[in-house]
Structure formats: C-alpha cells, structure tokens
Design a protein around this ligand. Structure first.
Ligand SMILES: *[C@@H]1O[C@H](CO)[C@@H](O)[C@H](O)[C@H]1NC(C)=O
Ligand SMILES: *[C@@H]1O[C@H](CO)[C@@H](O)[C@H](O)[C@H]1NC(C)=O
Ligand SMILES: *[C@@H]1O[C@H](CO)[C@@H](O)[C@H](O)[C@H]1NC(C)=O
Ligand SMILES: *[C@@H]1O[C@H](CO)[C@@H](O)[C@H](O)[C@H]1NC(C)=O
Length: 512
C-alpha cells in the first residue's frame, strides 16, 4: 500500500481560513434557479478597491490627482498609444456590432443578443447618482441627438427573469445643455467607465466567472486596463475575493456606483457585458481574435506574476518527466465521491502523484490558482469547483469530469466543451445506476435510475425541479474502480505522451 504515500491532502489552508473570505466554491447546485442568496456579511476588506471618500465639493476640473486616480501601470499598456494624441477609442470590441462605429455624442445599445444587452456612450458622460443615470452632454447648443432614454440591467442572463429583476437598472440619456450646471464634475476620469454588477448569482464560482468576469474581460480587455469599473451591488467582499482579477481588468479605483453620490465624469461609457457561451470566448466575434486561452493567460498574469517584480518568467519551461500530478476535487455535502480514498489510491497506482483538493475551505482564489495550475490533471464530480479548469495549463493538462446520473449532457456542455476549447485532454466518466446513491433510494427499475432521460422528459415543465432536487442535490457517487481505472489510465498515458513530445521539442530548440 505504498501508493497511499503518494496521496496527500491539501490541508494547509484549513489552518489559514479567513472567514470573511469564505470562497464561494460551493456546489454548482442550481444553474437556472440558484438559491437566492446574496452576501450580506460586512467585510473588513476594502484595501484593494477603495471607496472614494465623502462627497467632495471641490473644483469641477482638476480633481483627478487629488482623488488618487493613479494609473497603475501594467504589461502591454503602451501598445495602444500609437499616435500620442487623443485617439478615437473603440469602445465596442465586437465584430459586426451596430455599435462598433460610434459617433461622438451618441448612445448606442445592442440588444440583439439572447443573453445580454450592452450599451455604449461616446462623449462627455456624467453620473447622476440620484437617478442612477449616466448623462451624455453634447457640446452646446443643440448638438444632441434625439433625447431617448435607454434602460439597461447589466447582467448576462436577460432570459432569466428571476435574477435579472434583482439587477439594478441603469438609465442612459442625452442631457439638455441647461442641465450641465447641475451636474458639475466632482471627479474627472481620463478613461471610459464600464458599468457592471457584482450581484447576480454571486455565491457561486461558476457564475462568477461565467456570468461575471469572463464576460467583463471579453467586453473590455481591449482597453488594456484603461477603463474605470463602476460597480452595482459593490461589496468589499467581492473586491477582496477577486481583487487580483479586478486590478487586472482596470488600472483605476472601482467606483461604488450605488453609494458614491458624487458626479463622476468620463470620456465614454460601456454599460453591461457581452456573453459568448458557457466559459467561452468566441474569437470570431472579437476584433482582436482573443480566445479562452488568452483569458487563461490573463488569469496567469494576475495570479502568477507579482505586480512589482518585473517580467522574469519563472515558470518551468517544461514539466519534469516525473509522475503527472493529479488533483481530486473533494466536495462536501452532495455529489460526494463516497469511495474517494480508494479512488485516490487507484490513481496513485496508475502512476499519478495525487493531491486531494478540499473545497469550500476559505482559501483565497490565488491559492486555488496556485494548486490547480500546478496539476497535470484535475478530477472531480460535476460542480462549480470545476470552473477552476480555467486555471489548468492550456494544451497540456487534462480534465476528467465525473457526471452523475441524469446530468451527463449538462456536465458536458458546462465543463467538457470549454475544457476542449482550452486544448485540455477531456475525459467524461458517466456514472452508471449502480454507482449512484440514487440506486439505494429508488428500486432498480424505477425510471429515475433506470432511464434518467425519460424521467426528465416525463416531468415536462418541472424537469428542472427533478434535476435540482434529485440529480444535483440528492446524489453521491461511488465509482466502479475497474471502470474508472480505464479513464485514469487513458489520461495518464496521454499526459505522458504530451510530456515526451514537449521534452523532445524542447531538445530540438536551440538553447538560449
Ligand atoms: C468627443 O467630444 C468631446 C467633447 O464633448 C471632446 O472632448 C472629445 O475630444 C471628442 N472625442 C473625439 C474622439 O472627437
Ligand atoms: C462564433 O461566432 C460566430 C459568429 O457569431 C458563429 O457563427 C459561430 O457559430 C460561433 N462559434 C461557436 C463555437 O459558437
Ligand atoms: C483576426 O483574424 C482575422 C481572420 O483570420 C484576420 O483577418 C485578422 O487580421 C485578425 N486580427 C488580429 C488583430 O489578429
Ligand atoms: C452524500 O455524502 C455526504 C457526505 O458523506 C452526506 O452528508 C450526504 O447525506 C450524502 N447524500 C446522499 C444523498 O447520500
């Protein structure tokens, strides 16, 4: 039983739990109907993203410096400063969008997408906290286009009425020239604003990335941090949990849009985010052809490279030829691997160095990133924690998803397809009836275990209740070790092949 020695539990974070950071790596319990939980906890964690102080009645023009709008320099920041002047900023990075060529002093909304609306404003944009509006001031007199008010709830699930109505509605309109006197700038920014929400299904890591940060990135990454985030439902907890990502997206302080009553002025605005697909970046829809691999690189930059130590790429060039490292996601409560210890020993006997990755430990996301990005393979039952597949090394690592009874297709769509798009080797292990704890609750010939697809169809409009309560929340798995060995062995030999080919191609390169 020497294999047991190769299995170690990642326990150190249990000692370093920071309660206010309890990471929302919770079950991907419910996708379409998730628990309506919003964080209410106060969090003593405002350091990264500061509020602005109390309303200043200072000058209308030169307040930039005193308000600390320092531009935090970052990699690649100079590439878009070609002509030194005030370049016409392309706010909309999407191909073939009605808003891609936005004349100055106009508002444009693209509402053509099923998932999200997004609006753009070019010109003199000012916040009006009282009415949660962005006002666009055309040059006097009579420069404005027709005064139409646009309204938008900036979230990526507009088809999901339940959650969408919890998102604050922002109003956008062209102001009348005489309104300018009542809207003098308290804070003048030299970068456009991007209005997003920290609300929505914010308890769940999958939703945080899928509905929040990935859409935010693909909507505004082309601005290279020259964008001010103005956030609805801002909370210090959000800022603390995702501080690295937030400062990777924007080089400026975040504006807490609901609490900050001052008039902030910007040279343009983006309101809302684009959405492409589950954990997807569709490069053909972006002007700069970015892909999900670029999003991974973004994460690698924000988590790997400390901001102050300049670019000495300290990552090992190629992995050693040792045993591939495998992380087993260890869930709690539901969709648990009942024979996890045996599975870990099995993986070790197949040739992996095995690490148990406890979830919901309160570890900061940077620590989760450090673990997962060091794995050659990640194994886990379907759940939000598998969102960390985004941390695996594209083109090199592997993901094995264990799909419980009744959610095989959901599993494939949510994590399998994205994993493949990242160039990960993907294995899906579909649990059989006998491996599911549901076989202890239902007789073998009951439709719920005998034919989940039919069970779901027979529910009609209540299909998702069955999925939620029975297949997602009511099920653990106990893997058939003989069958699962095949999955692990396939993954192991594929990883060894990749290691070999990387070593030989590294040998072929001239050493520098
Ligand atoms: C848009 O108009 C504002 C004044 O309202 C002006 O300062 C800015 O330079 C204009 N932008 C462009 C790209 O012409
Ligand atoms: C990417 O977007 C293009 C253009 O909208 C679309 O035709 C294509 O089907 C999308 N690709 C995927 C994989 O969704
Ligand atoms: C994006 O891809 C298209 C089509 O392959 C190409 O014409 C274009 O130059 C690419 N753009 C960038 C910024 O790489
Ligand atoms: C699944 O396992 C967990 C942990 O052992 C247990 O608390 C839970 O009740 C189990 N659920 C089912 C449906 O067996």
């Amino acid at each position: 039983m020497d294999d047991a020695a190769a299995v170690k539990t990642k326990g150190r974070w249990a000692l370093a739990v920071q309660p206010f950071l309890a990471l929302p790596v919770v079950a991907l319990c419910v996708l379409l109907y998730a628990p309506r939980i919003f964080f209410a906890a106060p969090a003593p964690y405002g350091a990264i993203v500061g509020f602005f102080g109390p309303t200043s009645t200072g000058s209308t023009s030169s307040s930039v410096a005193q308000l600390g709008l320092e531009h935090v320099g970052g990699g690649g920041d100079d590439a878009d400063r070609e002509d030194g002047g005030a370049p016409q900023q392309v706010l909309d990075n999407q191909m073939d969008s009605p808003c891609s060529s936005l004349p100055n002093h106009t508002i444009c909304c693209d509402r053509s997408d099923y998932h999200s609306d997004v609006c753009f404003m070019a010109g003199d944009v000012r916040t009006d906290a009282a009415s949660l509006s962005l006002l666009l001031f055309p040059p006097a007199p009579g420069g404005g286009t027709a005064v139409v008010e646009e309204r938008i709830r900036p979230y990526t699930r507009k088809w999901d009425g339940y959650i969408t109505k919890t998102i604050h509605e922002v109003r956008l309109r062209v102001a009348r020239p005489e309104e300018a006197a009542g809207h003098r700038c308290d804070v003048r920014h030299d970068a456009p604003v991007h209005v997003v929400t920290a609300g929505g299904y914010s308890h769940n890591l999958f939703h945080m990335f899928n509905d929040g940060f990935l859409p935010l990135w693909l909507t505004a990454q082309h601005l290279r941090r020259r964008v001010v985030l103005a956030v609805l439902s801002y909370s210090p907890r959000w800022a603390g949990s995702y501080g690295e990502i937030i400062s990777g997206l924007s080089g400026y302080h975040v504006v807490d849009l609901l609490r900050d009553k001052r008039t902030h002025c910007f040279p343009g605005a983006i309101i809302g985010t684009r959405y492409h697909d589950y954990l997807a970046v569709n490069s053909t829809r972006l002007r700069d052809n970015k892909t999900i691999v670029d999003f991974h690189r973004f994460l690698a930059e924000v988590y790997d490279e400390p901001k102050d130590s300049s670019s000495s790429s300290s990552k090992p060039e190629s992995p050693p030829l040792g045993r591939p490292r495998l992380g087993i996601v260890s869930r709690k409560g539901r969709r648990v691997i009942e024979n996890q210890a045996a599975v870990a020993r099995l993986a070790a006997s197949v040739g992996f160095d095995v690490e148990i990755m406890e979830t919901a430990t309160g570890a900061p996301l940077s620590a989760v990133y450090a673990s997962v990005s060091s794995y050659d393979a990640l194994v886990g039952v379907h759940g939000a924690d598998l969102t960390t597949l985004l941390f695996l090394r594209p083109g090199r690592a592997a993901l094995a998803q264990i799909a419980p009874l009744g959610i095989t297709l959901l599993s494939r769509n949510l994590f399998g397809v994205p994993a493949a798009r990242m160039g990960l080797h993907y294995e899906q292990y579909d649990v059989g009836a006998r491996e599911s704890s549901l076989s202890r609750r239902y007789p073998a010939d009951h439709v719920v275990v005998a034919d989940p697809a039919r069970a779901r169809r027979e529910q009609g409009g209540k299909e998702w209740e069955l999925v939620e309560h029975v297949y997602l929340r009511g099920q653990n798995v106990s893997l058939d070790l003989g069958r699962f060995r095949d999955t692990l062995a396939r993954m192991h030999s594929r990883l060894k092949e990749r290691q070999q080919s990387q070593v030989s191609s590294a040998d072929a390169l001239p050493q520098t």
